[in-house]
Design a protein around this ligand. Sequence first.
Ligand code: COI
Length: 353
Amino acid sequence: MQIIKRSQCKQKPVKGTALGFGHYFTDYMFTMKYTAGQGWHDAKIEPNEPKPFDLATSIFHYAQGIFEGMKAFLQPDGSIAVFRPGENWARMNRSATRMCIPNFPEDVAEEGLETLLKLEKDWIPTDPGTALYIRPTIVATRVMLGVHASTEYLFFIILSPVGSYYAHGLEPTKLIVEDHYTRATLGGTGEAKCLGNYAASMKAGEEAEEKGFDQVLWLDANEKKYVEEVGSMNMFFVIDGEVVTPALVGSILPGITRKSCIQLLKNHGYTVSERRISIDEVLAAQKAGTLNEAFGTGTAAVISPVGLIRYRDVDYTINGGKMGPVTKFLYDTITGIQYGTLPDPYGWRKVVK
Ligand code: COI
């Protein structure tokens, strides 16, 4: 793979820096282009520098774009491991199909990612809870204002050393149930990781933050009754020992951390149900004292305990506002596999060769 070197590298954040999420970016990126009639071409590593775009480029107007989130971890033996990248490439191509973006060759993307990670190894942070976040993205690059699928695309991967997604780290999050705005509808783009889903969630997110909440808990668009997801996380509830997560009905992102947690829980003897779960059922369980735990899962959020849910101006505290044992088991196991401190019986760690 072609590597275009830069003359001067950036200053890396020193050990101990509070990285936050998505504020620092490494020296290089992977790029690949698509042109109708030619297919995907020109895969290379190049300096991560601003690129000039014509303001009529279609991504700026109609948001025909998709992305993914993964993480790379420095292992105790000094190697680099990525958590289940094959799952992300497959999901990205499913998102591409939904958004009329031509499918990309997953082997070329994986080779590009591994070449990039080897080049940027020194950027992988080593403080507890940190990782090198990987953001593969595809944007429509045809210069045109007609509302049609583009005939040109740019695929890129940028890297960002990150700490925890929430400013308060592993402290349980506070969610507010959104019963006015809608994130996604059946037949819409909710299960694709497309740019517009995130733009559409911002209004509710801002209002939630103003009220002192971390995130919005979305309900289904039709009846405003069933729990869907949190935008940056899939949701799980532990009710009377049963672990329940909303079924993937078409408007929910099929999370890879979600899928991993379901497998881990089942293999450890937990009863896990993927089914529709109404907000009334969750809150009735809280009132009855049988809502043992609630938590969210995601690449950026990892496993995040939920300590409080507000619905129609009433606050419901969960597990005394503390992390519960199922949440802790999943956090310890998933991060243990990711950081290489636990065995990997499922083959989820992809070591960069
Ligand atoms: C991720 O977890 O990687 C996400 O994409 C969620 C959010 C940061 C947009």
